[in-house]
Design a protein around this ligand. Structure first.
Ligand code: F6P
Length: 326
């Protein structure tokens, strides 16, 4: 492998709090190592359009506390085509980029995987998505912040739920994985988390009502993972209103506020560790791996494993949710 003197860095896919912290860590670790850094704006689209500028350490000053991504992100249909990727590679060569560090979720890593298969360019991915749905890492950048946002929102919703003795269906993001719904429900003391992969096996709403949530409580909150499969919180609320007309039902859809805001200390720390590890990985000659954290240790996860399958939730956590919310 030829010696690395210059890396490209970009964010792609949906933004996640902590991405800026990762951009800072990658940039500074690379410069510390004597390498140059070329920042690509607007993800794979920017790689094709040649939106590439050189970064110095000052370019990443004062950004670690902000959500979103200073590099911006944009979908790219062109990168899905061979012609598009060819143009991207020509730009990479023209800019003197010897390796790419991409920050994002499942789609971003898919893109890097295809690019690295077609062209001789080492790629390292840093997992950043609020969904926490990548395999081989305990957590992804942004997930903890989103969980905390959900917890704070549900704490507020609880005031009304309790005062008016209502049943609330609160819709959260997280894709079909359901991690935000499950751990958000535990963190905020909800009575149930409706998760697509569980709902296909059992009627969670019917079981929840049947198990007598009103035995000791006069209000309750159910988190529903947004999903085409389940139809989301609105569909559950409609069903509950029809089947249990005695209940006072309300819906709250938390939406994109879950993706924003200042990253938590936890997300800043893992973003800094993973950003630094991406440069360490390149120094060790690794390529085409995602940086992961397993048992608090940095690990290198082959792209093929990171995106292999949908990451399963831990069913023991669902039991805990039910046990502690009686
Ligand atoms: O991947 C993060 C995520 O927030 C998912 O949980 C959600 O399904 C999706 O992005 C929403 O994306 P958009 O911003 O396109 O509505």
């Amino acid at each position: 492998m030829s010696e690395i003197k210059c890396i490209g860095i970009m964010t792609s896919g949906n933004d996640a709090p902590g991405m800026n912290c990762a951009i800072r860590a990658v940039t500074r670790s690379a410069i510390y190592n004597g390498w140059r850094v070329k920042a690509v704006r607007r993800g794979y689209k920017g790689l094709i359009d040649g939106e590439i500028v050189e970064f110095q350490t000052q370019n990443v000053s004062n950004i670690l506390q902000f959500g979103g991504t200073i590099l911006k992100s944009s979908p790219s249909k062109e990168f899905l085509t061979e012609e598009g990727r060819k143009i991207a590679y020509e730009n990479v060569k023209r800019e003197g980029i010897d390796a790419l560090v991409v920050i994002g979720g499942v789609g971003t890593i898919h893109g890097a995987r295809i690019f690295a298969q077609e062209y001789d360019i080492p790629c390292i991915a840093i997992p950043a998505t609020i969904d926490n749905n990548l395999c081989g890492t305990d957590t992804t950048i942004g997930y903890d912040t989103a969980l905390n946002t959900i917890m704070q929102c549900v704490d507020k919703i609880r005031d009304t739920a309790t005062s008016h003795e209502r049943l609330f269906f609160v819709e959260v993001m997280g894709d079909d994985a359901g991690f935000l719904a499950l751990n958000g429900a535990i963190a905020s003391g909800c009575e149930e988390a409706i998760i697509p992969s569980v709902q296909v096996q059992e009627d969670q709403l019917a079981n929840f009502i049947k198990n007598g949530f009103r035995k000791t409580k006069s209000s309750s909150i159910v988190l529903v993972a947004a999903s085409e499969e389940t139809g989301g919180a609105l569909q559950y609320a409609e069903r509950a209103k029809q089947e249990y007309p005695e209940l006072d039902v309300r819906v709250s859809i938390l939406g994109h506020q879950q993706r924003g805001g200042h990253p938590t200390a936890h997300d800043r720390i893992i973003a800094s560790r993973m950003g630094n590890a991406s440069i360490e990985a390149l120094r060790k000659g690794l390529r085409n791996v995602m940086i992961g954290i397993d048992n608090d240790e940095i690990v290198y996860v082959p792209f093929s494993r990171a995106v292999r399958a949908t990451r399963e939730i831990d069913h023991a956590l669902l039991d805990i949710l039910h046990n502690v919310s009686i």
